[in-house]
Design a protein around this ligand. Structure first.
Ligand code: ATP
Length: 220
């Protein structure tokens, strides 16, 4: 049982970068959450299988949050068979924390735009609030099924939001960091350095394991 509201930030984290980490830290501070858990998806249902194993992606998330109080790694999706549906994870987490703790499922604006393709997406707010963060190059949806669904659920006031365990959508503008895992993978594959876009221990791990086409012989 947790002593305060919890944020849960799912993603492929292929690899984890400062866009994820800085957002997680700012969300924790802005909302006053007890902790934000980064939850790597073992088998993301909406995209082709990541080239990097879940064991490696999980290890990189662990390295990235080590020593940062208030950020944690949640490995539940790596322990379940089948597709990693967020609704299953959030339902499971709700059972663990009990009916009163506020849960905030965090996603970027790009993820929100594709929400209608998620398994049982309208049930997510039965178990948690959705906290949606702006992301450079993306906008919050203004029309369509997701926009219509979230309009009556919008809640701007943080104390109101966290006064309830679940059920609302909160849009948040954070420091914009134009970093993506795709760009990091492309840099590495092209023999260029992704340093300062992600934590050094993660970059070290990528090099020692030869991930994303990193070639030890050619790149030092
Ligand atoms: P890829 O480039 O492989 O699609 P990504 O950088 O988008 O990866 P994901 O692991 O897919 O990273 O993202 C996990 C979550 O983090 C998503 O909800 C996404 O919107 C959000 N996110 C990723 N990068 C940023 C960023 N720079 N700023 C804000 N949110 C981000």
């Amino acid at each position: 049982m947790s002593s305060g509201p919890i944020g849960i930030f799912g993603g492929t984290f292929n690899p984890i970068h400062y866009g994820h980490l800085r957002s997680a830290l700012e969300i924790r501070e802005r909302l006053g959450l007890a902790e934000v858990r980064l939850m790597p998806s073992a088998r993301p249902p909406h995209r082709s299988a990541p080239d990097c194993s879940i064991a490696e992606r999980l290890e990189m998330v662990r390295l990235a949050v080590a020593g940062e109080p208030g950020l944690a790694c949640d490995d539940r999706e790596t322990l379940r068979a089948g597709p990693s549906y967020s609704v299953d994870s959030i339902r499971e987490l709700r059972q663990e924390v009990g009916p009163e703790t506020s849960l905030c499922l965090v996603m970027g604006a790009d993820a929100l735009l594709g929400l209608a393709d998620w398994h049982q997406w309208q049930l997510l707010t039965d178990y948690a609030h959705l906290v949606v963060i702006a992301r450079p190059g993306w906008h919050f949806p203004s029309s369509g099924a997701v926009a219509d669904w979230l309009q009556p659920l919008l809640c701007e006031q943080v104390d109101e939001l966290l006064g309830r365990p679940a059920g609302n959508v909160h849009l948040l503008q954070l420091r914009p960091l134009d970093i993506s895992s795709t760009e990091i993978r492309e840099l590495i594959a092209a023999g260029r350095s992704p340093r300062y876009l992600l934590p050094d221990p993660v970059w070290s791990r990528i090099r020692s394991a030869g991930l994303y086409g990193y070639n030890q012989a050619a790149q030092t």
